[in-house]
Design a protein around this ligand. Structure first.
Ligand code: AMP
Ligand code: GLY
Length: 443
């Protein structure tokens, strides 16, 4: 039985852990909190920092894993993949530290796309001082986006009209970014529908998982603050209702080109997940960003339809044989919705108890920032503000079926919890289609 060490304790990391479990692996977890979702599938659970090298070393010497899987970005950026290779010769699903710059630096990504003439580029400029910022903001007609240059998972991006209303406010945020990291990116504001494409990458070849859309805002109709993600959906056929085959093909091509460019630019083959964020606009497909890992909550829906053996895919990834692999997917739609404390992301309700109703066979729960107590699942007190309780995943022959299944369970949850009831509903999907249709007509 192959042993996999999983680093991370989020609901999305649990989705990967369950895929390894389905593949017949023995699992070991390094987590910051004791997520009960891992309990029934893991042989051992080591409580410790995700990039605590001493703790990882002791655990690794004891369990002797064959493979390491890294969920969240911080341990990747801290160099855990390099650590396992150098100290133990153990391969990881995840890029080395030097490659994480693709996610950490918005400027690096835009420059890379520019230098290698990769499609999907937009108007942008990087600044290391205030000089020229106002001129560029004016040049973009006041419709611009300000991006901090650093790992801030969505919180470091402000969009005109959404997060600031005047050019002055946008420039103020750019100043803050400069003070923090010495660099800031300004770019044109795009209008369209966003989606993500996650691809397994072995340094040379990329194997795309189904396209997925997530919901970042806290409240229905995309109102309220940005969050770590309120849910996601995938459709049958590995695409999304508003995407044409050529849109998806171009996103895939951009990822292939970024993979090649990364090797040329850093000298390192990129082994792990490339997770591209794209916007389909009236003028075509544009690139927003790359992450170097699996997405949360994207992974929950995407891996739920994976029929291929995830361990075999992972070994092909580390050994550079992904070109020999073919993805087998269940022909189903899937919808995930996060159950969050009421008032999330500002309020946490630490200690609140969530009682999970009996789940029908088509619905699965992915605990997140909760611990198991006799009364149910208890929201963990500590940690940063803004943790989610649990994700519910529904699968079905259609999106409508999958959404209805998950919503029915979500409605039954009592206490100080809430969720977005509009994620992937027929009305929401129709709205997205109409939005794209209207934009295409305007082009
Ligand atoms: P990023 O971390 O670069 O994906 O940005 C976070 C979010 O900000 C994206 O998911 C979009 O919703 C939004 N965003 C980023 N760049 C742009 C852009 N150029 N135009 C409009 N919205 C954007
Ligand atoms: N859903 C966005 C992320 O994982 O960063």
């Amino acid at each position: 039985m192959s042993k996999v060490l999983i680093i991370g304790n989020s609901a999305a990391t649990l989705a990967s852990a369950r895929a390894y479990h389905r593949a017949g692996c023995e699992l070991f977890i390094q987590g910051e909190a004791l997520n009960p979702g891992f309990a029934s599938i893991a042989t051992a659970y080591n409580l410790g920092g995700l990039a605590d090298f001493e703790s990882l070393k002791t655990f690794t010497q004891k369990i002797k894993p064959d493979l390491v899987f890294v969920g969240p970005p911080d341990p990747l950026a801290a160099g855990v993949v390099d650590f396992f290779e150098e100290q133990f010769g153990i391969p990881s699903v995840g890029p080395k530290k030097a490659s994480t710059i693709l996610e950490a630096s918005k400027a690096f990504t835009r420059d890379l796309v520019e230098k290698y003439k990769i499609p999907g580029q937009i108007r942008f400029k990087t600044f290391s001082s205030e000089a020229g910022i106002r001129e560029f903001a004016d040049e973009l007609g006041g419709d611009f986006v300000v991006k901090a240059d650093g790992l801030k998972s969505g919180m470091g991006v402000k969009v005109s009209g959404d997060h600031f209303t005047t050019t002055e406010e946008g420039i103020d945020f750019a100043r803050e970014c400069l003070a923090e990291s010495g660099r800031v990116v300004l770019e044109e504001k795009l209008l369209g529908e966003e989606f993500s494409l996650m691809s397994l990458c072995d340094g040379e070849h990329a194997l795309d998982l189904p396209a997925v859309q997530d919901f970042k805002r806290a409240l229905n109709d995309d109102q309220g603050p940005n969050t770590g993600g309120m849910g996601s959906y995938i459709d049958r056929g590995a695409s999304l209702p508003f995407l044409k085959p050529e849109d998806l093909a171009l996103a895939s091509e951009i990822t292939q080109q970024v993979l090649k460019a990364m090797k040329l630019e850093t000298g390192l083959p990129f082994k792990g997940f490339l997770f591209g964020g794209f916007m389909l606009t009236a003028k075509g497909l544009r690139l927003l960003e790359y992450n170097v890992r699996t997405g949360d909550p994207e992974t929950i829906t995407v891996l739920s339809v994976l029929k291929s053996n995830f361990f075999d895919l992972s070994m092909a990834l580390v050994e550079g044989r992904l070109n020999e692999m073919k993805l087998e997917l269940e022909d189903k739609a899937a919808v995930a919705k996060y159950i969050v404390p009421k008032g999330y992301p500002e309020i946490r309700h630490g200690g609140a108890i969530l009682q999970l109703p009996t789940l029908p066979p088509e619905v699965e729960a992915f605990p997140a920032w909760v611990e198991q107590v006799p009364e149910g699942l208890k929201m963990i007190q500590g940690g940063s503000v803004g943790h989610r309780a649990l994700a519910l995943l529904g699968k079905g022959a259609t999106l409508t079926e999958a959404e209805a299944a998950v919503e029915a369970v979500a409605q039954k949850i009592q206490g100080p919890f809430t969720h977005r009831s509009d994620i992937a509903t027929p009305a929401t999907i129709a709205k997205k289609l109409a939005h794209m249709e209207a934009l295409r007509k305007r082009a």
